[in-house]
Ligand binder design. Structure first.
Ligand code: UDX
Ligand code: ADP
Length: 458
């Protein structure tokens, strides 16, 4: 078999963009992406990709049909490829032991069994989805239990791309991390994967470790990033009470090179498919080893995030005269961050539900995430209007709740918006992306996050 054949099982936010980049940078490899979801595959084969990511369409178009293929034929893909990335979903378990914390590995295990069953030659299997520490070992056991005497090498190659900047992150990564088993086969497999990335990533940025360090590093990277956000968000609550300004505080603190300026933006809380899930994974791992203090320490990062989401909704209710019942509230943004249509773990979900509980009427607008919002709130039968135009959403609204940091929100005509709204008109800027002084002058009562409110009341 041609060794330069790659299959990726799972055509999601990670598998799709990663394989498109490998195909574009490695024209000497044939890259196939397989998924059981036929609709998703049809999307990847069309002009409207199933996920929104700046620059992704051009990247896919460069190689699709040449050395990049999207298919539902997983079995055939396994037979025909030497290197198999597995990038299926690993959500938090909702049942049984470890429910609410441990990763649900059923999709992964199914893939591993299928690989063992369909393979006719030795293969390299690469963990791309985030897996708990020591998962590679379990996967290796499943693969080696094949009765054909085939040899499989398992590598861990965690993905560090962030949604919204996936193409840039893949093109120019801070580092590529590859973990391998300590054996001659493991080493050989490692070299093959290093060769792929070395097509465009400088060698010194490709780091190699043992599999467990690699798996652990992914969890810890995300836990550390999320911890910074929870830390600054906790201080935003204190700023609102004291008159300190969170933007000034994070600027001053971030200029200390030892701290650094990134990931210190206070907001409504972090979302996305990774942070919460990975921290809970870490927490579960610590509990398994009876490290309860360590588990509690990391779990607090998640609890602080829930507090921040709740605090935002409660601030809205409290300042709108303690009732939002029957009041229209325009929700600006539903995605978990700007430049993506993804709403997994988006603070917007929890905040919307809290506002709906108070019987508000929500008018939700998002440039890319409305379809996902409709699914997330699919069980809600009344009290929501989904708007494809922000000016429609604010018509007759008492307040705007800004949840996502979409750039376009700062570019709207707020004089016009003010004229369309009920008075007194409120703006709760959960991301501090608007020009607060200007809004105040227009007549809005402005509630930035982590800084003093600006109201026209006596
Ligand atoms: C993250 C990691 O960055 C990435 O390396 C990993 O592979 C997957 O998880 P992602 O979830 O796509 O990526 O988005 P990220 O940019 O990290 O943002 C996560 C959340 O934190 C978003 O909701 C964002 O709005 C929020 N955030 C980020 C803040 O609230 N403040 C900040 O300063 C930065
Ligand atoms: P991520 O953000 O990690 O990429 P996604 O949920 O976007 O996660 O993507 C995971 C993809 O894996 C989904 O498109 C899902 O259909 C696919 N998938 C899950 N199980 C299997 C399987 N056994 N075979 C093929 N694809 C699978």
């Amino acid at each position: 078999m041609d060794k330069k054949t790659i299959l990726c099982i799972g055509a999601g936010y990670v598998g799709g963009p990663t394989m498109a980049m490998i195909a574009a940078k490695c024209p000497d490899y044939k890259v196939t992406v397989a998924d059981i979801n036929a609709q998703r595959i049809a999307g990847w084969n069309s002009d409207r990709l199933p996920i929104y990511e700046p620059g992704l369409t051009q990247l896919v178009e460069k190689s699709r049909g040449k050395n990049l293929f999207f298919t539902t034929e997983v079995e055939k893909g396994i037979k025909e490829s030497h290197i198999i990335f597995v990038s299926v979903n690993t959500p938090t378990k909702t049942f049984g032991s470890g429910a609410g914390k441990a990763a649900d590995l059923q999709f992964w295990e199914k893939s591993a069994r299928l690989i063992a069953e369909q393979s006719e030659e030795d293969k390299i299997v690469v963990e791309k989805s985030t897996l708990p520490v020591r998962a590679a070992e379990a996967i290796h056991r499943i693969l080696q239990s094949n009765t054909k005497g085939l040899k499989f090498s398992v590598l861990s190659n965690p993905e560090f791309l962030a949604e919204g900047t996936a193409v840039a992150d893949l093109e120019n990564p801070d580092r590529v991390l590859i973990g391998s088993m300590i054996s001659p086969e493991g080493h050989e497999a490692l070299e093959e994967l290093v060769d792929i990335y070395a097509h465009w990533v400088p060698r010194e940025r490709i780091i190699t470790t043992n599999v467990w360090s690699s798996e652990m590093s992914k969890l810890v990277s995300n836990a550390m990033l999320a911890q910074r956000i929870s830390s600054i968000n906790s201080i935003s609550a204190l700023c609102e009470k004291t008159g300190a300004d969170i933007a000034e505080v994070s600027h001053a603190v971030g200029l200390d090179k030892r701290v650094g300026s990134r990931f210190l933006r206070a907001g409504v809380g972090f979302g996305g498919s990774c942070f919460k899930k990975d921290i809970l994974n870490l927490v579960y791992l610590c509990e398994t080893f009876n490290l309860h203090e360590v588990a509690d320490y990391w779990e607090q990062v998640v609890l602080m995030n829930e507090y921040q989401e709740r605090r935002f909704a409660e601030r809205i209710v409290k300042n709108m005269f303690n009732t939002i019942s029957g009041k229209r509230i325009a929700v600006f943004g539903f995605a978990f961050k700007a430049d993506t249509g993804d709403t997994r773990e988006s603070p917007a979900i929890y905040i919307s539900r809290l506002l709906l509980n108070e019987r508000a009427d929500l008018a939700i607008y998002d440039p890319k995430a409305l379809d996902n919002a409709k699914i997330d709130l699919g069980d809600v039968t009344a009290g929501i209007e989904y708007c494809s135009d922000p000016y429609e959403a604010v018509r007759g609204a008492h307040a705007i709740a800004l949840i996502t940091d979409w750039k376009e929100f700062a570019e709207y005509d707020y004089d016009r918006i003010f004229s369309l709204m009920e008075k007194p008109a409120f703006i709760f800027d959960g991301r501090n992306v608007l020009d607060h002084d200007r809004l105040f002058k227009t007549g809005f009562n402005v509630f930035p996050l982590g800084k003093a409110e600006m109201t026209h009341f006596e």
